[in-house]
Design a protein around this ligand. Structure first.
Ligand code: FES
Length: 574
């Protein structure tokens, strides 16, 4: 690239005239964050669909992730969250978001406040519908708080800005001891989140020492089940900026088992819970789209991704089991077979039986009203707005320190230690501020990659995957296939229920005991009835592995039961 490739622009950013140089295809978001180091504006989907990157440009809300530098007008006036208010001098919108409880994880908050300011600048007296429409039109999404409190906050701020209410009244509500919308105190972090000063993982990246490498976990696009013969990184190693390409061989060299402790264990489970690999080995298998074959550690993300494109993998595709019907079929290929030394581990690796009262079979056979049907709940992504990210370094005591989105720091320490070959006492996991989890980070995701990349490179590393990769590679809510039979007598009173259910758990058993049990535990649980028989199976498949998601198994079961109950009520004419 020559100097002619750079575009120089004179802009006014948060009231300050600035001359800024950028490459034409760079996004405005990258200029704001990476060049100007203003991290209040967040990086989310990078496709203009979540709104966390919103800024005001010449009075209009723009999604900075899809605004190319070459399209930013000369002399544009740009306002980011940093230009709206500070902790010592909060804007009415920031006060209102704090006291109305419109902030939870806070990852979306700068985008909402910035877009809200543009609304109130152009329409000082909006209706609640106007506020909702505005946020919808400007592609704003919040996954934690919802929108009621957000609209409350904008309406409150609008009243203050019109002079109908006083900001001091909001300030009074911020005193300890006051009751604020049914909670005693505002969230302690709210003031920092409302001003864009709360650093999430990718904000930390821009403030780390320069020795940190970017680590990209390489996976084969779209391959869910395949035998891997060879992983060739020789060409990739020669690419610009590459420091090292880490593979399973580095794990072996560190005396790691390359396995993650899966937190299962009861007599009904066939697997020992150690079947989850950290990285794919030559001679072993890929068992889901996104399994890591190599970690490219380079000076920049661009160079790491470019080098990853040069990795060659020789593999033989295998039949893919991407739904529960395929996974539980008698002639289904096994997700774990003799390659693993566990000769013929069945796909249905766990069987759980629940009973209550007598066997209802005979009563149901004779019941005047019976519903018998199959119900299939969907796989569900957590759809957090901050993608999976984190970093690793040796701390002052020489411990492998992993700063990630982990919500189980001690559990993750123990789950990965043997796999990466590091004693638990030498691993320290720190939870970063995070743009939500909703349960997916009960599972270790990037922790073992970061640990082995640090050890192999002897350099600190940072890792972030993009939104598509995040949605494909992180664990999801398991679908349940439920075969339900439930019956009622002539008066509509329940006389019993039966169920067989199958949990599609992807290729790892990790934490599946508890989830599977929910199928029996919550089966028609809000209803008074005497007799029940239920049998549940947990199955390996080649779809995404499963982790916690709010209520962890209960919604699947309730959905099946409540749908069957509606059908039964209709039959009974109730
Ligand atoms: Fe809106 Fe978390 S508070 S995404």
């Amino acid at each position: 690239m020559t100097e002619a490739n750079y575009h120089v622009k004179n802009l006014t950013i948060n009231g300050v005239p600035r001359r800024i140089i950028g490459t034409p295809e760079t996004s405005l978001l990258t200029v704001i964050r990476d060049q100007l180091k203003m991290t209040g504006t967040k990086r989310g989907c990078d496709h203009g669909q979540c709104g966390v990157c919103n800024v005001i440009m010449n009075g209009k809300v723009v999604r900075s992730c899809i605004t190319k530098w070459k399209n930013v007008p000369e002399y544009a006036q740009i306002t980011t969250i940093e230009g709206i208010g500070t902790p010592e001098n909060l804007h009415a919108l920031q006060w209102a978001f704090i006291v109305c409880g419109a902030i939870q994880c806070g990852f979306c908050t700068p985008g909402f406040i910035t877009a809200g300011k543009a609304l109130l600048d152009s329409n000082p007296n909006p209706t609640r519908e106007d506020v909702r429409d505005w946020y919808s039109k400007n592609w704003m999404a919040c996954r934690c708080t919802g929108y009621v409190q957000v609209v409350d906050a904008v309406m409150k701020a609008a009243a203050i800005l019109r002079g109908e209410e006083k900001i001091e009244d909001l300030a009074k509500m911020y005193k300890p001891g006051d009751s604020i919308w049914n909670s005693k105190y505002p969230r302690p972090s709210a003031v920092y989140k409302a001003t864009g000063l709360w650093d999430f993982g990718d904000d930390d990246r821009l403030k780390l020492p320069e020795e940190f490498l970017f680590a990209y976990p390489f996976a084969l696009e779209g391959v869910r089940h395949a035998k891997v013969n060879k992983i060739d990184v020789s060409e990739a190693e020669k690419m610009p900026g590459v420091y090292k390409i880490v593979t399973y061989k580095d794990i072996k060299a560190n005396k790691g088992t390359n396995r993650i402790r899966g937190q299962v264990g009861c007599p009904s489970v066939t697997t020992d819970g150690w079947e989850r690999r950290i990285m794919v080995e030559e001679g072993d298998k890929i068992r889901q789209w996104g399994e890591c074959l190599a970690i490219v550690c380079a000076d920049t993300e661009t160079n790491a991704r470019a080098a990853a494109d040069k990795i060659k993998v020789d593999y033989e595709p295998l039949p893919e089991l991407i739904d529960i019907y395929q996974a539980k079929a008698a002639d289904a290929v096994k997700v774990y077979d003799e390659i693993d030394g566990i000769d013929g581990m069945p796909n249905a690796f766990n069987k759980r039986m629940f009973t209550k009262g007598a066997d209802p079979k005979e009563d149901l056979d004779k019941a005047p009203y019976v519903v018998e049907d199959e119900f299939y709940s969907s796989r569900q992504p957590h759809m957090v707005l901050e993608t999976d990210c984190g970093y690793a370094y040796y701390d002052e005591e020489g411990r492998v320190t992993l700063a990630t989105k982990s919500i189980c720091v001690y559990r993750h320490q123990m789950m990965i230690a043997r796999g990466v070959g590091i004693a638990p006492s030498k691993i320290r996991v720190i939870q970063n501020n995070m743009g939500a989890s909703f349960g997916y980070k009960v599972a270790p995701t990037n922790e073992p990659y970061l640990a082995i990349a640090l050890v192999a490179c002897q350099r600190p590393v940072y890792m972030r995957i993009n939104m598509k990769e995040h949605n494909i590679r992180t664990p999801k809510r398991s679908p349940f296939l439920m075969h339900i039979r439930v019956g009622a007598d002539k008066s509509g009173r329940l006389i019993g229920a039966e169920q067989t259910w199958w949990v599609d758990h992807g290729p790892y058993s990790e934490s599946s005991n508890d989830l599977t049990n929910k199928g029996g535990q919550f089966f028609f649980s809000p209803y008074a009835y005497a007799n029940m028989r239920a049998t549940g199976y947990t199955c390996f498949s080649n779809h995404r592995w499963s982790a916690a998601f709010r209520a962890y198994g209960a919604p699947q079961t309730y959905w099946g039961c409540e749908t069957a109950m509606d059908m039964l009520a209709e039959k009974c004419g109730i």
